[in-house]
Design a protein around this ligand. Sequence first.
Ligand code: CDP
Ligand code: CDP
Length: 224
Amino acid sequence: HAAGTVIAVDGPAAAGKTTTCLALANTFGLRYLESGRTYRIIAFEALRREIPVDDTREITGLCDELLMESRTESLLTAERYASDKLRETPVNVAVSAVAKIAEVRQRVTGLIRLWAKTQAQCVVEGRDIGTAVFPAARVKFYLTASPEVRAMRRVRQERADSYENVLADVIRRDEADMNRAASPLVAAEDAIRIDTTRLTIDQVTSRMASACRNQGLEIIRQCE
Ligand code: CDP
Ligand code: CDP
């Protein structure tokens, strides 16, 4: 990716990707993209249209239809999908199946690369950003934390479900994302790994910000 600077942030659910990416975007003047949202939109539409999420041909067809219906950017940033709808339990379950399909990943990857070409500097979060989408990213981070701490964070954040259910979902999604054949969740060899289990958001953000500065990124705003 020659056009601009890409910061890649990967890791499992509730590792702190969104929160820290938004802070970095603010500090360094980066455009921000949450790639998981696009996988969630595809899963949401599959459920709405009652398409079996493990049917590769049907889901790939749905994917193409959605891409055709929308301008390229809108499946990535589409605001007509409310975030709380995309985070409901059925979508959490369906998204792992949809994200397993290589044809779907290929299409979403294409969209993200196209979007990034039009950005001078961006930070993109997901599961395979530093490994598959932008292997040549300027800076790569891999955030983790224990499943228990991550589940606790999600419960505090969303208050919609019990700790036990959220923990089970976190563990199930970790396993599905890490063990699939198509671009599984794994740290890139050159990623900076941060275990956030015992770190505050500010501590994680400032470590990430210094790594970005070391790579020549310029601060345009102080971290709040
Ligand atoms: O916010 P949270 O970490 O819970 O999930 P997300 O980032 O919205 O991602 C939802 C799901 O999409 C993940 O569990 C993966 O199955 C899939 N995903 C992916 O496969 N590759 C990406 N680059 C981003 C998300
Ligand atoms: O994007 P991802 O799913 O990786 O996580 P997030 O949405 O950024 O973080 C999930 C929740 O954990 C948020 O409410 C954060 O404020 C919280 N968090 C935390 O308490 N401590 C951290 N070191 C990171 C995140």
